[in-house]
Design a protein around this ligand. Sequence first.
Ligand code: BES
Ligand code: MN
Ligand code: ZN
Length: 500
Amino acid sequence: MEFTVKSGDPEKQRTACIVMGVFEPRRLSPVAEKLDDITGGYLSKLIRRGDLEGKIGQTLLLHDVPNTLCDRILLIGCGRERDLGDTQYRKIVSTAINTLNEIGAMEAVCYLTELHIKQHDVPWKVRQTVEAAQNALYRFDQLKSKKDTERRPLRKLVLSVPSRRDLTEGERALEVGLAIATGVTLTKDLGNLPANICTPTYLAEQAKDMGKRYKNIKVDVLETADMEKLKMGSLLSVSRGSDQPPKLITLEYSGGKKHDKPVVLVGKGVTFDSGGISIKPADKMDEMKYDMCGAASVLGTLSAVAEMKLPINVVGIIPATENLLNGQATKPGDIVTSMSGQTIEILNTDAEGRLILCDALTYAERYEPDTVIDIATLTGACVIALGKHASGLLSNHSPLTHDLLNAGKSSGDRAWELPLWDEYQDQLKSNFADMSNVGGREGGTITAACFLARFTKKFHWAHLDIAGTAWLSGDKKGATGRPVPLLTQYLMDRCAEKQV
Ligand code: BES
Ligand code: MN
Ligand code: ZN
């Protein structure tokens, strides 16, 4: 879809539809009020009759309103004015977009960007509108033979800004919103693809394509033999149970100066997690195709960063494998040696994410990183603790925690901190190796992070557990593209900080 920004009065817009807000109870937003005067009180009359209360989710479509040049006016319920915050704003935009798409208005001018939202400026609203609109329009129908596309879909959305002075910033915000939305879409597509298509080899091909698309991204793919040479015994213990060859994918984006230390993003790329010999129950096992969403978010974030040409160096590392079971598969009780030299007793083959991440984290050392962030659908316990609203965040460096929490807040892709205290380390004790790969049921998200912490002593590191946020179940089943907005925001904030 095409987006533009523009400043101008609603009555002068020659367009298929203009969109504006109505607050609860039956109160016109400032823009709608101005238009109401021009239409001789047409809008307020309808509202007074009780046609639109103004609750979030409500809409009212008007045709041929007097003294206007547009075909239609779409009024959108915005809830109570004092409650209008980030989440409400995104809901309002989704409702507007879905309605526009249904009524056959192929273009529209949207004045929702002029609503007043606490603590947010015009560029924020422009950007969020683009992201929310692209989210609302997203469909994954590439594998359906008959696609149910709208007859007259929305093609062009003009976002109104209050004055001409806002245009330059508004345009930059459009670009940012589009870059993030494109990254989110890539992440969703990869997540939604089934595991018979999206294999480790497929992920490696996608990364190579990105390397061709952006000239400052260099892609390298390590094969089994390379990993053997590097002594990645832990990662290889997971891939041994599958016929699909594992891949260790690296992407180096150079937007910063040559000697700027990079931020390294490590994404869990288990393209299907059956649990291995410690096999999972059948119910919902299909959802384990999403176990590569960490990897997909690394690709999505790098694509956003490359689109925006951020002045920063970022490295993506993706350990990609299946977790399956065959005659070679790792058995509970097996002991393996990780690339770091530390030995691991694998008591549960379903705790495979940490086994592939630990070697990828050791591999990250060669980039002499300033900061390393890993992203993984790591524990069911995180879904229990935080549900689908916040990603779990654990880190060995509190300024990094602070920056990530803030990036999550401002991008609307929130994380919540859990403690990474030493006391929890005891749960990983093994009688036969340096550590076990599981820490029991108590604090499962924390002990998983404690395991990773043993491989991240040489740098500032944060772990994002996205098991609850990377996809939705039920009738809205599908990948969410999170935490691409959070990660991209974090990298943008770093660039902004460097500039001042
Ligand atoms: N990929 C799963 C985590 C997961 C489970 C994500 C359910 C989303 C929904 C991970 O590999 C896993 O199986 N973790 C185990 C760890 C346990 C064996 C210590 C878990 O959470 O049950
Ligand atoms: Mn597992
Ligand atoms: Zn897993």
